[in-house]
Ligand binder design. Structure first.
Ligand code: FES
Length: 74
């Protein structure tokens, strides 16, 4: 989330990044292996949203290497 915002890109959210809203969902196009693994709270929200395996919550994922992400509104 911080990386996206620092690039000046818009990112939906309504919980200030505390893993409640699920609005920060992004699609991972490349580099999934360079994101930290999903925790239980992220998995719970992802299931409730019906999110795909290629989606992550930006407030939960930490970047550890090159990644390419997108959203439906970029
Ligand atoms: S900002 Fe609310 S779940 Fe990520």
């Amino acid at each position: 989330m911080e990386a996206i915002v620092s690039l000046g890109l818009p990112l939906a959210q309504s919980c200030d990044g505390v893993t409640l809203c699920g609005f920060c969902r992004v699609r991972v196009l490349e580099g999934d292996e360079n994101l930290t693994p999903q925790g239980d709270e992220e998995k719970k929200i992802q299931r409730s949203l019906g999110a795909g395996d290629d989606e992550r919550l930006a407030c939960c994922a930490r970047i550890e290497g090159p990644v390419i992400l997108t959203t439906s509104y970029w």
